[in-house]
Design a protein around this ligand. Structure first.
Ligand code: ADP
Length: 402
């Protein structure tokens, strides 16, 4: 089935046309600077050079029209007709409490997504613009929403509830949601495939280490617990986000230092993490270089990052009860950061994690990087959220036709 995968941001649209039969990408691209006269349309047909065109693209509908025109273009196109597109799969950030899986987008589901806007004010409205544009341009093609939060809908109540006084959950919906769900779901699925295990019997801790970071306990294909929560700041420190901080310390900043809630918010989302500790940058490669050159706070940033990730791998393993089959690393740092993987795994020998230093030099491709006799396999699996969105979209479309 040919699925158009769309990730619509407020000023950008990433797209891929994917054939689910062989999991191949037929073409892909990115529109940047939507709303401006000098927007950029980047396009790449599989096996051909990339093209880049600067032109006015004032809204999402114009952007998606350009994408559709490119798909059927006589030279650079990949389709004879737009009728070949079976469905569009849209990445949607927040599905709240009520959307627990990928869904066909109809008036009712679009209303539910809109209701989640206060939970993801930057993302959900932009995601919806992409859906509305597709509905206007290709009204006969089904649209499916695939949610960053949905994979975590299987978390048991004791994992998603905070121990705040109960009415804050009941009346105000304060709870853990979790994010990066499509990435965790994909790498857990691929991990089982690579090891030849039935997904229903495969238990792993997935470590999505990019600019954003979250770790998840996945038991038989279901999320049991995850490090991100109501928002996208807790758990392991990230590029600029703090990770866990005692809320009492944040109250202290407000009550004793007179900081506003906006200032505290900026501090924990934009001024902390690798950048805040090192005083340098949010980029792991630069931090590693600086640490190697003797920069003390860059070294401290690496130590804090590795310690937190290690601590959460061990903590999340308790949600897998009887057995951990694998620890899986993904996203920019997880896929490429051989040194940080080594730092994280050092100290996990007690739970059967034994890294093979020679195998661990791998960057950016699927590999098992633990020793042959390591009871827990350590794996690198490049994430592929677009493929997961395409596969889910195909499944939903097939089910709706049955
Ligand atoms: P995003 O969350 O923005 O999608 P990515 O998944 O692309 O982020 O991850 C970005 C991070 O990956 C950056 O901190 C970058 O330094 C890091 N990274 C990329 N390549 C390497 C590498 N070779 N070694 C260590 N870190 C790397």
């Amino acid at each position: 089935m040919k699925i158009l995968v769309l990730n619509s941001g407020s000023s950008s649209i990433k797209f891929q046309l994917m054939d689910t039969a062989d999991r191949k990408v037929l073409c892909k691209g990115l529109i940047e600077r939507i709303g401006l006269a000098d927007a950029i349309f980047n396009y790449e047909k599989a096996g051909c050079p990339k093209t880049r065109e600067v032109r006015p693209i004032l809204d999402h509908t114009t952007g998606i029209k350009l994408i559709l025109d490119a798909l059927v273009h006589p030279e650079c196109g990949v389709l004879a007709s737009l009728d070949e597109i079976a469905a569009a799969g849209h990445r949607i950030v927040h599905g709240g409490e009520r959307i627990k899986q990928s869904v066909l987008l109809c008036d009712e589901t679009l209303r539910l997504i809109d209701e989640c806007t206060p939970l993801a004010p930057l993302h959900n409205p932009a995601n919806l613009m992409g859906v509305h544009a597709m509905q206007a341009l290709l009204p006969t093609i089904p649209n499916v929403g695939v949610f960053d939060t949905a994979f975590h809908a299987t978390m048991p109540r004791y994992a998603y509830m905070y121990a705040l006084e109960y009415s804050y959950y009941e009346k105000h919906g304060i709870r853990r949601f979790g994010f990066h769900g499509t990435s965790h779901q994909y790498v857990a699925m691929r991990g089982a495939e690579i090891l030849g295990k039935p997904p229903a019997e495969f238990n792993c801790v997935t470590c999505h280490l990019g600019n954003g970071v979250s770790l998840t306990a996945v038991k038989g294909g279901r999320s049991m617990d995850t490090t991100l929560g109501f928002g996208t700041v807790c758990g392991v420190p990230m590029g600029t986000r703090s990770g866990d901080v005692d809320p009492a310390a944040l109250m202290h900043l407000i009550d004793e230092l007179g900081m506003t809630s906006r200032q505290v918010c900026d501090l924990i989302y934009k001024g902390s993490g690798l950048k805040g500790i090192s005083g340098l940058t949010n980029d792991m490669r630069d931090i590693e270089q600086a640490a190697a050159a003797g920069h003390e706070r860059a070294e401290l940033a690496l130590e804090i990052f590795a310690h937190a990730a290690r601590k959460y791998i061990a903590a999340l393993a308790t949600s897998l009860e009887d057995r951990v089959d694998a620890v899986i690393f993904t996203a920019g740092i997880g896929e490429n950061g051989a040194e940080i993987r080594e730092r994280i795994c050092k100290g996990l020998g007690f739970m059967g994690v034994h890294l093979d230093p020679a195998r661990n030099t791998v960057r950016g491709k699927e590999a098992i990087v633990s020793t042959d006799d390591s009871p827990v396999k350590v794996m690198v699996v490049p994430t592929n959220e677009e493929l997961m969105i395409a596969l889910d979209t195909e499944a939903i479309v097939k089910a709706s036709r049955a």
